[in-house]
Design a protein around this ligand. Structure first.
Ligand code: FE2
Length: 342
C-alpha cells in the first residue's frame, strides 16, 4: 500500500475545474511497482477470464465496425502481454477492485483523496478496470454514462475529448445512450475534430471530463497501461435520471420534458418520479439492455497482429432499434455496461 498521496500537486484551481471541464492532472500510480511486465503478467494470470475483455480494431477512427471481440484461450499472462506489445490488441481487466485486493485498496485511496480534495461528498458506485493495450491500439468515439477518469501509467496516447458546449451531442442522443439504444448522431466524423480538446497523455497523468463528454483515444507509443475508474455522485446520478425521466415521461405524456437542468425542485421531482416509475410495472420504462459482441478471433502469437480469425457465432441480440448500442459497445471501461440509475 502506498504511504504517500496518489494525487500529485492538485491545486485549488484544478480541483474547482474537475467536474466542469476537460481536466488533466498528475498522479503517482506510475511510480508504484505494480505495473512492470512481471506484475502485469501475474495480474493477468490471477484475473478471472470471464472478466477479461480481449479486443482488436482497425486503424480508421471512423470505422468502429472494425472493433472485434476475441478470446484469449489458454494463453498465460506473459504471452498475452508479449502479443499485446507486438500486436493490435486491447485487454480490459474488468472489475479489478472485485478481483484483486491491492487494486481495491488503491482505488479506494484514490477516491478517498478525491473526496477530500473536491469536497463533493461521498463518491459511490466505484469501479475500476485495468487497460493494457498495444502501442497503436485505438478506442473509437463514444460516450460513457457514469463519470469516468483515466489514470495513465505506461506508454503514450492521444486523447480527443469533445466539449459538451460544442453542442455536437444532443439531449436525444444522451437519452438513447443511457437507454442502451443505437443513436446515429454519435457516429464519428473527422470534421468533429475541430471541436476537440486534444491531449497527449504521458505516464503519471490522468484525464477526466464532465459526465457524458464524447471522447476517443489513439495510442502513440509503447505498451499502454491505464487504470480506468468510474463512479457516481449524487449529481451524476441525478443527471442520468433527469435525462431518462425526460425521455420516459415525454413518451408517456407527450411534449415538454426538455430541460436537462439538474439543480432545483423540478429536477428533484423528475428524479423521484422516474425512480418510482421503475418500481411500478404498468408505467416502468424498459430496462437498459447491454450488448455483447460475437467472438470473432482467437489471440495467436503466430498470427499477424496476434489475431487469428475464427468463425463468427450466431448473430448477437439486437438492441431495441435493431442496431448496436453505443455506450455499451464502446465504453473503454466496460463492454457490457448497463448503467445503474438507482
Ligand atoms: Fe470512455
Amino acid at each position: 500500500m502506498p504511504t504517500q498521496k496518489l494525487l500529485k500537486v492538485w491545486t485549488d484551481k484544478q480541483i474547482a475545474q474537475m467536474h466542469n471541464a476537460i481536466f488533466v492532472a498528475e498522479h503517482r500510480l506510475a511510480e508504484l511497482d505494480w505495473f512492470s511486465d512481471e506484475e502485469l503478467a501475474r495480474t493477468l494470470d490471477a484475473h478471472p477470464r470471464q472478466d477479461l475483455g480481449v479486443n482488436t480494431m482497425g486503424t480508421d477512427p471512423a470505422r468502429r465496425q472494425d472493433w472485434q471481440e476475441g478470446n484469449a484461450g489458454d494463453l498465460d499472462g506473459r504471452t498475452l502481454l508479449e502479443v499485446t506489445k507486438h500486436g493490435r490488441l486491447w485487454l480490459n481487466l474488468r472489475r479489478v477492485i472485485d478481483h484483486h485486493p491491492q487494486y481495491r485498496r488503491i482505488v479506494n485511496q484514490l477516491y478517498g483523496e478525491l473526496e477530500l480534495a473536491c469536497g463533493c461528498g461521498p463518491i459511490s458506485g466505484r469501479s475500476a478496470n485495468l487497460l493494457i493495450s498495444a502501442p497503436e491500439a485505438i478506442v473509437y468515439y463514444h460516450v460513457d454514462c457514469p463519470a469516468n477518469m483515466l489514470w495513465h501509467i505506461r506508454g503514450t496516447k492521444r486523447v480527443w475529448a469533445y466539449p459538451l458546449e460544442s453542442g455536437i451531442l444532443s439531449a436525444a442522443t444522451i437519452e438513447a445512450v443511457l437507454c442502451g439504444e443505437k443513436s446515429e448522431e454519435i457516429e464519428y466524423r473527422p470534421e468533429l475534430d475541430q471541436y476537440a480538446v486534444v491531449v497527449d497523455l504521458e505516464p503519471g497523468q490522468m484525464i477526466t471530463w464532465p459526465q457524458h463528454t464524447p471522447h476517443r483515444v489513439v495510442n502513440t507509443g509503447g505498451l499502454n497501461v491505464s487504470l480506468s475508474t468510474e463512479h457516481m455522485t449524487r449529481r451524476t446520478l441525478r443527471k442520468n435520471n433527469v435525462y431518462l425521466a425526460n425521455r420516459h415521461f415525454r413518451r408517456m405524456l407527450g411534449g415538454g420534458f426538455a430541460s436537462t437542468q439538474i439543480d432545483g425542485l423540478v429536477p428533484a421531482v423528475k428524479e423521484l418520479a422516474i425512480r418510482v416509475a421503475r418500481r411500478l410495472p404498468l408505467v416502468a420504462p424498459v430496462p437498459p439492455r447491454g450488448f455483447k459482441y460475437p467472438v470473432t478471433f482467437q489471440v495467436d502469437p503466430d498470427a499477424p497482429h496476434g489475431v487469428r480469425r475464427i468463425e463468427a457465432p450466431a448473430a448477437t441480440p439486437p438492441s431495441a432499434s435493431g442496431t448496436m448500442p453505443i455506450a455499451v459497445a464502446m465504453s473503454d471501461a466496460h463492454d457490457f455496461n448497463v448503467p445503474t440509475m438507482g
